[in-house]
Write a protein that binds this ligand. Sequence first.
Ligand SMILES: *Cc1c(COP(=O)(O)O)cnc(C)c1O
Length: 372
Amino acid sequence: MYRKTWMQVNLDKIERNLIQLKEICQKKIIAVLKADAYGCGDIHVARAVLEAGAEMIAVSSLDEALVLRNEGYEGKLLILGATEASDIPILIKHGISCTAYSTEWVIKAIKQNCEGLHVHLKVDTGMSRIGFRTIDELHLAFEKLQAANCDMEGIFTHFCCADSNSNLTNLQFSKFKEAVESFSYTFPWVHCDNSDATAFFQEDTSNACRIGISLYGISTYEKSLEPAISLYSEVVMVKHMHAGDTVGYGATYTAKDDEIIATLPIGYADGFVRANQGRKVYVDGQYAEIVGRVCMDQVMIHLEQEVPVKTVVEIFGEHISLEKMAEELNTIPYEIICLLSSRVTRRYIWHNQIQYEENSRLEKSILTKERK
Ligand SMILES: *Cc1c(COP(=O)(O)O)cnc(C)c1O
């Protein structure tokens, strides 16, 4: 890492969070590592959750699934989103489980050899995204796929309001339960709870929980989890301003008096969005306001007390929680971390020490050079 802007991912805490969640639900755990494990690095997070006892990993697409297979992960792997029926040979070759989500998909699927394809049926109970909406459609899909020698591995649904509305969750759950109980067949994997539902929703229809955001210690309900990720940058320059001096594009900030301004090497190209203007960061005991517009690569902050160059600045972490930052930006923690771009170095703490630092773009460029 040459530019000191990094996301710190504590794999020990992720492991402990997983163990804690497993304790709460007493079911199998499907670790949801889609979108590069919410920006935290799927390969590294996968190692930690597997060590902590996750039984399956879920991702959103075949592309993401193949990243894990290419890295040597040979365990259970499920694609939650849509796949092309024409990609079934690839799914079978790599032993990747997929989601059957529409009658149209099933008809296309059984036109080819899908012997041994691991399938999870998706029931749409109210999310209106992908999935079968009626029990008839569901049974038709089951019969056709089973007749084509698919391995009918699972059945699942997804709640739309697990973080806020228990009436709707109850309603969705009863539809799901009805669907599951309409089969005389016993699915090895029955799953409906995401992180929030795992923490608050008690039910014994499912035998596995799909955990995403709570791996990182973020939960609406469960306060015993440990925040596992944080974002840092550092001061690269400190300057003394005088009344009337302006800061940044558009000169949106004017010093009222003698003021201390510091520059950090983080900007909107890192996923640190422009809406952060006016928010605060934490530097060496003080909360410093982000002044002037956030640039592509840099941002300026107003310091009450001067600090030396190279002082570490916390964007979110111990002093400013990711939840608080999300609230201030009128968004959710998921969006903030998923938007942290590949330019931000990921630093991994595991077994109580810094295990590795990874900048995927820099590493890719080194690999390309080696290949030439
Ligand atoms: C993303 C996702 C999850 C995980 O949700 P969290 O709220 O992060 O736990 C579970 N199931 C499905 C279908 C998803 O798309």
